[in-house]
Design a protein around this ligand. Structure first.
Ligand SMILES: NC(=O)C1=CN([C@@H]2O[C@H](COP(=O)(O)OP(=O)(O)OC[C@H]3O[C@@H](n4cnc5c(N)ncnc54)[C@H](OP(=O)(O)O)[C@@H]3O)[C@@H](O)[C@H]2O)C=CC1
Ligand SMILES: Nc1nc(=O)c2c([nH]1)NC[C@@H]1CN(c3ccc(C(=O)N[C@@H](CCC(=O)O)C(=O)O)cc3)C=[N+]21
Length: 293
């Protein structure tokens, strides 16, 4: 079998056009130009790329994208001061603090908690996590939401099926598992009602657990750790991993092997990454709408 390539880049472009049209309509109706403030602390090269891509995407969608670059040693107090300033600035609708922060001198939890929940376009604040958990989300976290959109637009239903999410981070794995297990309509009309297994580094017999899955979602951060023998024939494989190996980007899935077994798979690059950015733009427009009313 040669798996269908799920083109995240194309679907992301489609979503970005839809967001651009919605932004234009919102502004034409007298709304303010949506504005996203990204905060980048330090010089991490991957973060630089991501923030640059995001700024370009904002511009194309008619969103005002601002980047606040701080040196790695500004410190907790200064960073909290900037967040308080952005919270209080009515022209800023969305705030994103790029992770990871440069070192352990920052209390990441306290910094993310400081972002006004109405401007929390990453959906990392406790209130937004809680609302999602309860099935009444305000913002959906960007990466899992991008995956839901991709599955929906390729009409790959997971309803009633077994999904295995590998990785239990607060950014990807945990909210992904939660979203796919929700009732119809909770996270949009597209995708719900899966039977979800959430695997992690303490999972026994990971290969067996993965092989049960009709849909396998890898968000681990280990290059090509999901090998062909861990995939159920005909499964849909979503590779969230972004790993820099030498000068190449590789996913968490051994792509060539997986293509022989899976029915559909996302590539890296060009899979989940571009969708994350598209959903961030979507959330920025939602934030602007929330703050208008
Ligand atoms: N495409 C995109 O838009 C995005 C991509 N990413 C990428 O996705 C990957 C994961 O990121 P993130 O979710 O932040 O990851 P984290 O590093 O926060 O978490 C990794 C998870 O993988 C689990 N894990 C580690 N080793 C194993 C193993 N051998 N077997 C099973 N599980 C294991 C960990 O388990 P435990 O909890 O037990 O430690 C943990 O739950 C990274 O490559 C990252 O760059 C991230 C965000 C967005
Ligand atoms: N507060 C916060 N929110 C995030 O959403 C967040 C974060 N911090 N920190 C890091 C991770 C990672 N992440 C990516 C987004 C897009 C691509 C992306 O566009 N990738 C391109 C390739 C880009 C390249 O060439 O390097 C692709 O996969 O095709 C990658 C990774 C968001 N994250």
């Amino acid at each position: 079998m040669t798996a269908e390539r799920l083109d995240g880049k194309r679907v992301a472009a489609e979503i970005r056009q839809e967001v651009a049209a919605d932004v234009a309509e919102f502004v034409a109706s007298g709304g303010p130009t949506p504005c996203l403030a990204a905060v980048l602390v330090g010089e991490d090269p991957a973060s630089q790329v991501y923030v640059r891509n995001k700024a370009r995407a904002c511009e194309k969608a008619g969103i005002d994208g601002r980047t606040h670059r701080l040196s790695a040693d500004v410190g907790q107090t200064e960073l909290l001061r900037l967040i308080a300033e952005l919270n209080a600035d009515p022209s800023v609708h969305g705030i994103l603090v790029q992770l990871p922060l440069p070192d352990s001198s920052y209390d990441e939890r306290a910094i993310l908690d400081a972002v006004d929940p109405l401007k929390d376009v990453d959906a990392f604040s406790p209130i937004n996590v809680g609302l999602l958990m309860q099935g009444r989300p305000r913002f959906l976290p960007c990466t899992p939401h991008g995956i839901v959109q991709l599955l929906g637009r390729y009409q790959l239903s997971v309803a009633g099926k077994r999904v295995c999410v590998v990785g239990r981070s607060d950014i990807v794995g945990k909210p992904m598992a939660m979203m796919l297990a929700q009732r119809t309509g909770t996270c949009g009309p597209e995708i719900a009602n899966a039977t979800v297994t959430l695997a992690h580094s303490r999972t026994a017999d990971l290969g067996d657990v993965c092989r049960q899955a009709d849909c396998l979602i890898a968000a681990v951060g280990r290059p090509e750790m999901i090998t062909g023998d861990m995939i159920k024939p005909g499964a849909v494989v979503i590779d969230v991993g972004i790993n820099r190996v030498g000068d190449k980007l590789v996913g968490d899935v051994a792509y060539d092997q997986a293509c022989e077994v899976a029915s559909a798979i996302t590539p890296v690059p060009g899979g989940v990454g571009p969708l994350t950015i598209a959903m961030l733009l979507h959330n920025t427009l939602i934030a602007a709408k929330l703050q208008r009313s």
